[in-house]
Ligand binder design. Structure first.
Ligand code: ADP
Length: 231
């Protein structure tokens, strides 16, 4: 069996911590740690959309703003948008949109700010996990949460939840996001060269990992509501 540098089994997630309601002034927020990768999400809205000409008559606009803070990697990350961050904002938004009842809020906008405090691979998936808990924490009506994790293949073995070190060794990097109750995939990207059979098995592994993450997300929301109730 493959020996992973951090001692995990191939099909094992990194230690995962999720907290809801970490930012006082946001309508909803969450902190997600998957190993060293740390994402914080803050939701503002639904609120009236400005500028007005961008309003949609039949639904709210979801804005996802992903950024890595300058100290999140070994080399300082330059602030401001990059090709990569623009792509990530788009795929994160597309992963979340299917679960939100945007049609309940015509002419409104919902802003989701996601900052990566520490990056050790899997920042888009940690961002999705944090954003979906933050949206639920904000009371935004949702069909379900969205759970996400990346998978890869190292030395012929399928590997769950890659670290940066493992990203250098893997034959492919395949981040997946899913609506857990329906098992409906809302994000799937593939970087690398693997067979269709591999992709099937990798997605299956990712879906299994997502179910564990889903439980942790729900537990975080329950803890938040029980704490709030106790106040
Ligand atoms: P993801 O974070 O979703 O896996 P990528 O595959 O693009 O997305 O990035 C993999 C990892 O590479 C990041 O999690 C981070 O650890 C590292 N990385 C990405 N961009 C930078 C950057 N500008 N500077 C240093 N490290 C970076």
């Amino acid at each position: 069996m493959l020996k992973r540098a951090d001692g995990r089994k191939p099909e094992e997630l990194r230690p995962i911590t999720i907290r809801a309601g970490v930012i006082e002034q946001a309508n909803g927020s969450a902190l997600v740690q998957m190993g060293k990768t740390t994402a914080v999400a803050a939701v503002y809205g639904p609120k009236s959309m400005y500028p007005r000409h961008l309003r949609l008559p039949d639904r709210a606009v979801l804005e996802t703003i992903y950024a890595m803070v300058p100290f999140s990697t070994k080399e300082r990350v330059r602030p401001g948008p990059s090709r990569r961050s623009i792509e990530l904002c788009k795929v994160i938004r597309q992963a979340l949109e299917p679960v939100i009842f945007l049609e309940e809020f015509p002419k409104a906008q919902i802003d989701v700010y996601i900052d990566i405090l520490q990056a050790d691979a899997g920042t888009r998936t940690a961002a999705i996990n944090a954003a979906s808990v933050a949206l639920a924490d904000a009371g935004v009506p949702m069909r379900d949460l969205v759970s996400a994790v990346a998978v890869g293949k190292i030395d012929g073995e399928y590997v769950l939840d890659l670290t940066s070190e493992e990203e250098d060794l893997t034959a492919c990097d395949l981040p997946v996001a899913v609506i857990p109750r329906k098992e409906q995939v809302t994000l799937m990207q593939l970087d690398g060269d693997v067979s269709p059979e591999d992709v099937k098995k990798l997605v299956r592994l990712a879906l299994k990992g997502c179910q564990t993450i889903y439980q942790k997300q729900r537990e975080a929301l329950k803890r938040r509501w029980i704490d709030e109730g106790a106040k």
